[in-house]
Design a protein around this ligand. Structure first.
Ligand SMILES: [Zn+2]
Ligand SMILES: [Zn+2]
Length: 292
């Protein structure tokens, strides 16, 4: 059974539509795929409709941008109630700020001699409801300023770069609590990837586990063999679920093909168990997923 618990559609910064992503998951030999767009649930209906057609189980999720000690930390939420007002409101706030940030980045680039406006970014972003730096990068590529997203980030958009603008994000610990209150399960995304490694040491992960964190994404392309080994030990010590996933973005990110990393069946089942318990505690109908 092949399980990939982290993938993005064009609702955020992936390039496949949500239904297309599910069909690609099938073609990649996956039995289970989680749709985890940044800060948005909008892809869920199309993806779950496509699931039955493609014969793939879709786990509805979201990847929430959070802040911890001044660094960005991504938290994956599986099976939260998308209508739970505190969570829905918080994500709406994050998305609203993403739009304001886009304008600021366009101004900085224009001042630096690369004229660009928000409409250029919206033109390449298509139907995305969660707008971010990858869309600015795509607009820069379309204008011929840079060759690809990687160059746009390395030269202009990365944290500390000349066109970087910080974004609003909830505190990691608050996001973990919100996810639990919404009947979902929280997993740290690529904790030792770029940006978040310096703030997510073993003690901090222990603290988050005490506040409801359920798992760690250990097998991710941002983690080398050493990082995976050390994170696996932390997870074992804290009894956290270990996941593996691609962080697929379609053609938007190379080296992240669907199924490049996968989650063990036993770990996936633990995650579903925790989701059932969280839903019951939150007074919700436990989630029902198709069976392969
Ligand atoms: Zn991420
Ligand atoms: Zn991601």
């Amino acid at each position: 059974m092949r399980i990939d618990l982290h993938a993005h559609s064009s609702v955020s910064d992936g390039t496949d539509g949500p239904a297309e992503l599910v069909h690609h998951a099938r073609a990649a030999g996956l039995d289970v795929v989680a749709l985890t767009d940044h800060d948005a649930f909008d892809g869920w209906p199309a993806a779950t409709r496509a699931a039955a057609e493609a014969g793939v189980v879709v786990v509805p999720g979201v990847e929430i941008s959070t802040r911890l000690s001044g660094a960005g930390v991504h938290v994956l939420a599986y099976l939260p109630d998308p209508g739970y007002p505190p969570l829905a409101d918080e994500l709406a706030r994050v998305r609203g700020n993403r739009m304001a940030r886009l304008t600021e980045m366009a101004v900085l680039l224009t001042k630096a001699g690369l004229p660009i406006d928000v409409d250029d970014v919206l033109a390449v972003a298509g139907q995305a409801s969660s707008l971010g730096r990858p869309h600015v990068a795509d607009a820069m590529v379309a204008k011929g300023y840079v060759a690809d997203r990687s160059e746009a980030f390395a030269t202009w958009l990365a944290e500390g770069g000349p066109a970087y603008v910080p974004k609003y994000a909830p505190l990691t610990v608050d996001a973990v609590r919100l996810i639990g209150d919404a009947g979902g399960v929280a997993v740290l995304a690529h904790p030792w990837g770029r940006g978040s490694r310096r703030v997510l040491d073993a003690d901090t992960i222990r603290l988050l586990a005490g506040r409801g964190l359920a798992g760690i994404e250990v097998d991710h392309e941002d983690h080398d063999r050493y990082a995976r080994g050390a994170l696996r030990e932390i997870a074992a010590a804290l009894d956290l679920v270990v996941t593996g996933s691609s962080d697929y973005h379609g053609t938007g990110k190379t080296g992240h093909a669907l199924g490049v990393n996968t989650t063990a069946r036993g770990e996936y089942e633990r995650l579903l168990d925790l989701a059932r318990r969280a839903a019951t505690t939150a007074g919700r109908e436990p989630p029902r997923l198709g069976v392969v």
